[in-house]
Design a protein around this ligand. Sequence first.
Ligand code: AMP
Length: 368
Amino acid sequence: MTPFTKRIGVLGAGQLGRMLAIAGYPLGQKFGFYGSSDDEPSALLGHMYKQADDVDSLQTLVAFADVITYESENTDVDRVREIAKTTPVFPAEKSLFVSQHRGREKGMFDQLNIPCAPYQVVDSLDSLKVAVTEIGLPAVLKTTTEGYDGKGQFVLKSEEQIEQAWSEIGNRELILEGFVDFKRELSIVAVRNADNEHVYYPLVQNVHHDGILRYTIAPARDISDDIQQQAESYMHSLLDELDHVGVLTLELFETEEGLVANEMAPRVHNSGHWTIEGALTSQFENHIRAITGLPLGATTPRQPMAAMINIIGETGPVETVLKTPNAFLHLYDKAERSGRKLGHINVIAENEEQLFEMFKKFEAFLPK
Ligand code: AMP
């Protein structure tokens, strides 16, 4: 045990838990996971407290842990509230409560003067029809909770589609958002610790295909200092308002009129995976530092350019990655399945030309 070793309990045992543990071990931290099976990506990186066993395994994890964190914004808030009575949970309940509901999230953006698309929460076909007249078309209809990778969404282009949209994803609470005519999709990862230190990574550009993040370019090209400052000031307000401890990610649209917030995640994020080799301190290490009360690490990029390419569905020709200097392979120990995130490739480069060469080399991993 080092003087600052903490036993960290992670709710969830997927690739994010795995990468948190990989980053936390050099700092002397210990890990336990609350997962569903020994086949999950985090399984060999700490003791697995299995959900299937009984409720006691959660209590055993909590008894083991000095601090609890989680991998997903869909973590049960009541459970977190209960755990927090005996053991600190970071990020705390408020961050989770706000970010697991698109309506609450947008309400907070409004409160903090962070621009976002016009929106209305609806719970019936009639209220959806009213919202369409107020917001106008095109618009995006989304479930208020549990949407991910573009699931539970319907782009409404004409009034004739309203009933179809309601029957496809409706019969539950939805949110109608004005369609944002964006140039690029960006995101920013920020970290706050309990001593109120804040650090920010540069804005990155994210490219999605079929609703799934396929690659990230870091930093995003041609971002003025003003825009970076703007994004940091939004994050500063959110981190303080939430009294957030840990990593917080904000997804944004870049438009002609400036940045427009889309959604946030109270956790390490796929668009921050580039930081493992791309920045002086990774998002994973900084999350661990934040939740264990350590000073935060520098977020400065190691090279002028970096990128992260997701490995989706099948593992593919990963030997190419191993043979390429300045390319780094991260596999999550998951079985191949269509649309599944199995790993990612990080690359660092001195300039755009080098980065472009890498993308050509790793074409097999990019969307067709
Ligand atoms: P989300 O689950 O909110 O991240 O949405 C998934 C994807 O749908 C985003 O990455 C965007 O490409 C697109 N999208 C979501 N909301 C909007 C919007 N209001 N206007 C335009 N495109 C959107």
